[in-house]
Design a protein. Structure first.
Length: 179
């Protein structure tokens, strides 16, 4: 009986160790879409630059920022953009520089978790061009209430903790009935 309990305890430890990576990576792949709305801080007409930024949790304290915008008459082929402190339309200092949006598309990985970005007070701001960086053409607030996309992952991976727990419960029940 003591040997059976040791085997059951070892199985419990192994099952727990197998579950840790699944639980730790549960948020990896989570994404939030931030709407980007046309703005123009340097003129009397709206820029026409609208779109969205998708922030995807990469794990390890990193987030990918994918930007897609329609380039209106106030935009240019290459638009610098950043994650700033503050809220639109009065953003503050640059916190995370992003790769320029070229022909309406840009992608950057930043050293910040999605959780930290959503917990802070940040906005994504696009500028007309490198030479007209004081003219804001599009802006979107990074907020927790933005549209969250479901986390991706295999249903098998998600079921591992449940399967391991059920297996251990059945093994314990069988050993108890044997003893």
């Amino acid at each position: 009986m003591a040997k059976a309990l040791r085997v059951l305890a070892l199985a419990a430890v192994v099952a727990t160790m197998l579950m840790v990576p699944v639980v730790a990576n549960a948020q990896t792949g989570r994404a939030v879409t931030i709407p980007l709305s046309a703005a123009n801080s340097g003129g009397d007409r709206a820029s026409g630059v609208n779109g969205s930024a998708v922030l995807t949790d990469l794990g390890g304290g990193r987030t990918r920022v994918d930007i897609r915008v329609t380039v209106g008459p106030g935009g240019s082929a290459s638009m610098p953009n950043h994650i700033h402190t503050g809220r639109c339309p009065d953003v503050g200092a640059v916190t995370y520089p992003l790769n320029a949006v070229t022909s309406g598309v840009g992608q950057t990985e930043v050293n910040a978790s999605l959780t930290d970005l959503l917990a802070g007070t940040f906005a994504i701001n696009l500028h007309r061009s490198a030479t007209e960086s004081g003219v804001y053409v599009s802006c979107g607030n990074v907020v927790a209430g933005a549209s969250a996309l479901p986390a991706t992952g295999s249903p098998i991976t998600a079921a591992v903790p449940l399967i391991a727990s059920a297996t251990l419960a059945l093994a314990g029940f069988a050993l108890r009935r044997r003893g």
